[in-house]
Write a protein that binds this ligand. Sequence first.
Ligand code: WT7
Length: 636
Amino acid sequence: MALQLKTFDEYKTAYQRSVEDPEGFWADIASTFHWDKKWDKVLEWEFKTPDVKWFSGGQTNITYNCLDRHLATRGDQTAILFEPNDTEGEVRKLTYRELYHEVCRTANALKSMGVEKGDRVCFYMPMVPELAIGVLACARIGAVHSVVFAGFSASSLADRINDSACKVVICSDFNRRGAKNIPVKKVVDEALALGCPSIEKVLVHRNTGDPLNWNKEKDVWWHEALYDQATTCEPAVMDAEDMLFILYTSGSTGKPKGVVHTVGGYMVFAMYSFLNVFQYKEGEIYWCTADVGWITGHSYIVYGPLLAGATSLMFEGVPTYPDAGRFWQVCEKHKVNIFYTAPTAIRALMAAGDRWTEGYDLSSLRVLGTVGEPINAEAWHWYNEKIGKKKCPIVDTWWQTETGGILISPLAGLTPLKPTYATLPLPGVQPCLVDADGHELEGDGVEGMLCIKFPWPSIIRTTYGDHERCRQTYFSTFKNMYFTGDGARRDESGMYRIIGRVDDVINVSGHRIGTAEVENAINEHEAVVESAVVGYPHDIKGQGIYAYVITDRPVGDLVVFEKELRNTVTRIIGPIAKPDVIQVVTGLPKTRSGKIMRRILRKVAAGDTENLGDTSTLLNPEVVDEIKEGAKGVVA
Ligand code: WT7
C-alpha cells in the first residue's frame, strides 16, 4: 500500500509537499484509483461562493473501486463481517465477491423500480449489511443516497425525504437494539402519512419477520425485488463532481441541512485518511462502532475500509447489551485489530466498572480510535490502560459531516500522541485559528476559532437545494476560509486540541443537535410561550440539554409537564434531542435588541452562578436572580 505513510518523517515530507504542491500531491494519490477517464484539472476553487472542484473531467464509479477492483486479489476475503445484536444470533460474513454480487443485484432491483442516475434514495435502517449493500447499490447506478439515522422521528424523516425529494425509501421491518424490537417500517408509514409526495416505493428488508402493516400500492419486499436479478451490473460512469450522497446535519439555525459530497474527492480522501490514520494492514479486522446513519459510518464503516480492501465489522447492537462487556466480548470473538468508537461510549463503559473489561482477551487490539466529541483526560487514560493495555496508540480523530473525512488526528504509531489532543493535521489539511475579528492567530500556544484555509478533496460542496445557505454557514464568517464552528487551542508544539462548538450547536453523546431545533420542538407544546436551550457539561454524554421554558399558564404537576415536553421533542425530532433538564422560568435574559443572552443561561446550567459577568445592560436584569434561584430546584 504505497499510499500509507510509514514514519513521522514521511508524514512531515508529505505534509510539506501537500502545502507546496497540492495538485501534484493529490494527483499522485488519485492515480492509485481506477478512473474510466482521467481528470483534466486536479483542483479549481474559490471560497467566496464557494465553488470547489476536484479532479474535474475525471470519470469513475466509487463502487468499482470498492468492489470490482478487489475481486482478482481478494475476492474471497471478508469485506463485511456482521455481528448481530443477540450474542446467539448469526454472524454473517460477506466476501468481496459476495458483496459485489449483492450490490449488483440490489442495483438491478433499484433500476427495475425506476430509480435512475441522479435520483435520491432515502435509507431508514438498522445496522445490518443490507444498509451497506443498499448504499453501494445506489452509488453503483449513480443514485444519490440519503441515510437518515433510524432513531429520528417520523416527522424528521419526512422533512429529510421532502427536502431532497427522494423517490424511494428503503427500510427494515424492525430494528433489534438491545432488548428492544423497534418498529422501523411503522415510522416510515407515519412519515409518509405526514406527506411525502415524491416517494413512489418503499423497499422493505425483512430483518426480524414480525408482522407489520403492508401497503400493496407502495411497499415492495427487498427479497422479492432482488429475486431473479442478475448478479452483475455495469457501474454508472460518474463525473468526479457528480453527487454521491446527501447527509443531513444540524446547525445553529433552522432545519437540518443536507450536506452534499461528490464522487471523486470523497473517494480519494476516504481511503487516504483511512489507511493513514488507522495504519490498516492487509488482513486485519477493523471495527468502527458508529452507525451508518452518521458520517462516521459512511466514511469509516463503508467507503474508506472497502476502498482499502479491509475487513469492516458491522455491529447491530448497543455497547451495554446484554451487558457492559459487549464491546470487549466482540473484540475477543472476532480478534479485532483496530477499534474506533466515541468518547461517550468509553465514559459509559468506564462508569459501569472495570470488571466488565476483565476476563476478555484483548491482545488482538493494535490501534484504538475516538471520534465525535472531545475526549476528557480520564476517559483517554482509562481507554489506554484498560482496553489498549498501554500498547495501542489512540487516534483522537477530529472531523465533521461537512469535512467528509478525518482532518486532524494522530497517524497511529507514526506521529506523537497527547491525551485530549487531536494533534496534527493530515497531509492536505491547512488548519488555522482566528480571533473574533477574523485575524489569523500566528505562533503557538494560542486559542481561537478553528478554520481551514485550503480545500481538501472531501470538503462539503453545497447544502442540498440551497447553495446560499452553504456559503452563509461555512464561508461567510471569515473571508476565504472554511469555518468549522469549533474552538480550538494550538499548543507549543503545534498540536491542536478541540475545545468544542462556539455556535449554538450542542454535542450530546457525539450527536450534533441544534438548539434552535429543540426550541422549536418545545414551543409546539400548547403551554409554552418561549424557550431557550443550551448545553451543559454531562459526565457521560459530554453535553446534556438544558431547557429554560416560559409558559402561559401554571403547569400544575411538574413531573407530568416535563414528561409531556420530552414526549413532544421525541415526537418532533427523536429521543436523542430530549432535554435532560427543564427549568420553568417567567422570563429569559435579553439584550436591549431582544437577543437572548445565552452566555448567562449556559453558566447557570453549568452550575456556575458566581461569575455571570456584566448583566446591567440587560433589558430585564431582575430575571437573572430568579433563574439562578430556580436552577437550585431543578433535577436532571
Ligand atoms: C462536530 C462534528 C466527525 C464524525 C462525528 C461527528 C465534534 C468531532 C471530535 C474530536 C472533539 C470532535 C466537533 C465537530 N467533534 N470529532 N475528535 N474531538 N470534537 O460529526 O455530527 O458532523 O459533528 O463534532 O465539535 O464540529 P458531526
